[in-house]
Design a binder for this molecule. Structure first.
Ligand code: KG4
Ligand code: ZN
Length: 333
């Protein structure tokens, strides 16, 4: 008999549902929330309301697109955390209700673990052990992945996440939220000619707040001399900001590969959609004889396919949870 997993993701501002059949993704449907653009960041209350509106149609479309019936589903995997409490609640409550009505088991999934396992939604798949640089709006981690469900965080940020560094700098530059993809686009048209203070953080850890401050002071200084500085130099500023963030990420990833002796290297999370980071990883991989793994775009940013994949591996271990489950805003892998 086939194993069919419905994955549900609602940890931040994307409502997503995915159907996975015997390890293969049949559908992955995501509703993005544009409302946050008005506020320059994710507003938790707005996010949870939008999830409530989106979750039923998104799950419906995922089931339709997969060409299955809801009665065929073997288990429901859902994001339990980490994330915004109100957003998580919508997904968790929906999963509970649907599992109860279909009389099928539920599987809790850690969002960060799922970003890593997004690599198993497609081919080629990394072999164990591998290193994964998980870079998103909320997290920046270097993870040593020993097995599907056996992961160690060997480096993390002590303040802002890499995605936040993109988004907060974008805000300084007057760009819309989320600024990461916009900076990526503009960086392609510019040159990394401006230099910012390089963070010096011990071990495999990261820090991005100093970089943000350095950019802020640089811009303030330049604007004093030329009020049009941002407009006239936006592409070069974006290229420089992106270059600084990527070089810092790559420096630590290279260090992690050297320290662990691992040459299977992956990136994951929303910032792994960045074209500069993708190119740099490939280039470094060729120089260093790494096997590199870069997810396709729809599996980089928040998506339910990665939740369904993680659920699939937990299904075989019978790691089910019951109706007393509650979301966890903070949850380490
Ligand atoms: O993984 P994700 O979708 O959500 C979280 O779990 O946080 O990541 C969202 C983050 C945002 O900070 C966004 O600006 C960033 O990923 N991002 C990018 C790009 N696409 C998304 N950052 C840089 N370049 C991109 N192309
Ligand atoms: Zn995420």
């Amino acid at each position: 008999m086939s194993i069919i997993i419905l994955g549900i993701e609602s940890s931040c501002d994307d409502t997503s549902a995915s159907i996975l059949k015997d390890g293969e993704i049949l559908s992955n449907v995501t509703a993005n929330q544009d409302a946050h653009k008005l506020y320059g960041g994710v507003v938790p209350e707005v996010a949870s309301r939008a999830h409530q509106q989106n979750i039923v149609p998104v799950v419906d479309v995922a089931i339709q697109k997969a060409g299955i019936h809801k009665e065929d589903i073997s288990a429901i995997a859902f994001t339990r955390g980490p994330g915004l409490m109100g957003s998580l609640l919508v997904g968790v409550s929906f999963a509970k209700a649907m599992a109860l009505s279909l009389k099928i088991p539920m599987i809790e999934v850690n969002h960060m673990q799922a970003h890593v396992l997004a690599h198993f939604a497609e081919n080629p798949k990394p072999s164990f052990p591998f290193l994964c640089l998980t870079v998103s709006g909320g997290h920046t981690q270097i993870v040593k992945v020993n097995d599907y469900l056996d992961m160690e965080v060997i480096g993390t940020t002590i303040d802002d996440a890499a995605g936040e560094a993109f988004d907060k700098t974008g805000k300084l530059l007057g760009l819309e939220y989320p600024a990461g993809p916009i900076i990526d686009k503009k960086a392609k048209l510019g040159q990394a000619i401006f230099k910012f203070a390089e963070p010096n953080i011990p071990e495999l850890n990261f820090s991005f707040s100093g970089l943000k401050t350095s950019i802020l002071y640089f811009i303030k200084k330049e604007i004093k001399n030329n009020p049009q500085f941002i407009d006239e130099n936006i592409n070069d500023i974006c290229a420089s900001v992106q270059h600084s963030i990527i070089e810092f990420l790559m420096k630590k990833l290279i260090q992690a590969a050297q320290e662990t002796g691992i040459s299977e290297i992956a990136i994951a999370g929303g910032v792994s959609a960045n074209s500069g980071l993708r190119n740099r990883l490939e280039e470094e991989g060729q120089n260093r004889n790494w096997n590199t793994y870069i997810p396709k775009f729809e599996y980089c940013t928040d998506n339910a396919a990665m939740i369904a994949v993680t659920g699939y591996y937990k299904f075989f271990k019978k790691e089910f949870v019951d109706q007393s489950i509650t979301p966890m805003a903070r949850w380490k892998i």
